[in-house]
Design a protein around this ligand. Sequence first.
Ligand SMILES: [Zn+2]
Length: 257
Amino acid sequence: MINIQSIKAYSDNYIWLITTNEGNLVIDPGESQPVINYLQKHTLTLTDILITHHHFDHVGGVLDLKKNILGNVTGPLNHQIEGLDNHVTHGMEIESCGLKFEVIEIPGHTLDHIAYFLNDSDQPRLFCGDTLFSGGCGRVFEGTHDQMYESLEKLQKLPSNTLVYSAHEYTLANLEFAGQVEQDNQDISEYIHLCQQKIKDGLPTLPSSLEIEHRINPFMRCADSHLRQAIAENMKNSKTATDAEIFSYLREWKDSF
Ligand SMILES: [Zn+2]
């Protein structure tokens, strides 16, 4: 049994809560109060906390929540993050609430950024913080564009049915940009309608899946000939550019969009 719930924090953060027969864990609790409220309402006790990177809107609730957890707090090898019990690095496997997560280092947005991959053969799931968003990717604050591109490539290689749990509700704004990049991409316009309906119904647009992202997310389509064709008018060498160069072009464009 696995149940995954989103808890809203700040204006557009999602704190993911995973419940199994063996306990409850949260990923990136940027605030404690929304988590405490949810746990109280559903009479749940927090077992573990997982952290993807050091930004305040992902770690702000850790010290407060830590007072009442049964297990521990896991995060990247960054001593700036207060309250961590375990530091994990690329390729490590961690166990929480009976689930096994693989750690994938994905620097770019920050240098310490990691993702947690829940490698269940029936339904793989990825908790990727601020690196991969539905329809977009995180801003490159600490790393280089090349690093960010390589990080997204690592995620591309996961099974295509992997569900994607990002940490922000940015989907519609990202899709607006995606629709500008590829104006005749039918998958994007259809997905915009689907996500608009979800938002109208008060539902998160997440999780997405890698399969969906391959079709609608420009940052996951750098190798795609349709995308390269679509930007040919603005990026002169778009047909011969490397995938990483296409990524960098798109990231700069999005930064000023
Ligand atoms: Zn961040």
